[in-house]
Design a protein around this ligand. Structure first.
Ligand code: AHG
Ligand code: MN
Ligand code: MN
Length: 327
């Protein structure tokens, strides 16, 4: 029988929260806690840079391309450096998968954890002062520690995540994460330099009336997606689309809604990346009572064949995702 837990009050600092909950984790050695703290610290640095974006020369394109052949923004590159350094420092991580690097980055062979990260999500919104984010997934390695990393450590199903989260650099900055025991949200208090618990045990409404999709691409969607969109309009749903996945997901998580990025003619497997965009949000959605699929399969069950694999993505309130699937 599990010992009864005293509810952790709103206002609790993230570090204390992580420490208090460490024993929920089966390998409670403190390494995962340290990784979460390292991610939080790096996000504070990125937050500082995001907030100054208009004042210093960090807006605009780098002139280079990322793993998906997309234009890298200066902040994409900067955020990637900040998170990579923070995660390499403590030695807990053996490998890092990032949107910004073609192949995975080898870290400490003695480390037990593999991290997948989208350092800056929504980069087309950087220059126009619209919310952007960071998305991360954490896995235990499968091979023995001390050995070089193998493919089975890297290409794990989302169901094997031990923790996942996102940071939203929005009207306030928030870190939301799960270790498989519910979802908690922390708001950054900049004068204290601390994340404090503001959204304990987050639950996604089971139903909603917001649909989030880039409807400008509708001509290139399948007939079933088109008829689902007609259904949304027939029911007077609200269309809300920021173009930053983290921000769209977060809104739907709080208000109830569905986010859709289906297959298009340009991206026949969808646009979003399984390993560092969809898996983390799918894990969080499920932990909050929501649902995530590729149209037929549970996102968390998909076995990745490639680091940068794309997938159609339907995530949000359980009833809404099920309704969309029925089309
Ligand atoms: P990233 O900035 O990490 O490349 O991700 C952009 C993603 C996601 O954040 C967003 O929901 C989606 O691209 C928007 O795509 P469209 O512009 O095609 O709608
Ligand atoms: Mn992204
Ligand atoms: Mn990105």
């Amino acid at each position: 029988m599990e010992a009864s837990r005293i509810a952790i009050p709103i206002g609790t600092a993230l570090d204390r929260f992580i420490k208090n909950n460490q024993d929920q984790f089966q390998y409670a050695s403190g390494e995962l806690s340290q990784l979460l703290r390292d991610i939080a610290l790096a996000s504070k640095v990125v937050n500082r840079e995001v907030n100054k974006a208009g004042l210093i020369d960090i807006m605009g394109a780098m002139g280079s391309q990322n793993s998906g052949g997309e234009q890298q923004q200066k902040l994409d590159v900067l955020a990637n450096i900040r998170f990579t350094r923070a995660l390499a420092k403590g030695g807990e991580a053996c490998a890092l998968i990032s949107e910004e690097t073609e192949s995975y980055v080898d870290l400490n062979n003695d480390g037990n954890y593999v991290i997948a990260i989208d350092p800056l999500d929504g980069s087309s919104n950087i220059d126009v002062n619209v919310s952007i984010g960071t998305i991360f997934s954490i896995y235990r390695r499968k091979s023995k520690e001390g050995m070089p990393i193998q493919e089975l450590d890297i290409l794990q199903r989302g169901a094997e995540q031990v923790a996942a989260g996102y940071i939203l650099y929005g009207s306030s900055t928030m870190m939301v994460y799960t270790t498989g025991h519910g979802v908690n949200g922390f708001t950054y208090e900049s004068t204290l330099g601390e994340y404090v618990l503001s959204h304990p045990d987050m639950k996604m409404p089971i139903d909603g009336n917001i649909y989030s999709i880039n409807e400008g691409l509708a001509n290139t969607f399948s007939p079933s997606i088109k008829s689902y969109l007609e259904f949304c309009k027939g029911n007077n749903y609200s269309a809300r689309y920021i173009g930053s996945l983290v921000a769209d997901f977060h809104r739907n998580m709080l208000k109830g809604g569905i986010y859709l990025y289906p297959a298009t003619i340009k991206n026949p497997s969808g646009k979003l990346r399984l390993m560092y965009e969809c898996n983390a949000l799918a894990f969080i959605a499920e932990q909050a009572g929501g649902k995530a699929t590729d149209g037929t399969n549970r996102i968390l069950e998909i076995l990745p064949r490639d680091l940068h694999q794309r997938t159609p993505f339907f995530v949000g309130s359980k009833n809404m995702v099920e309704k969309a699937e029925s089309f």
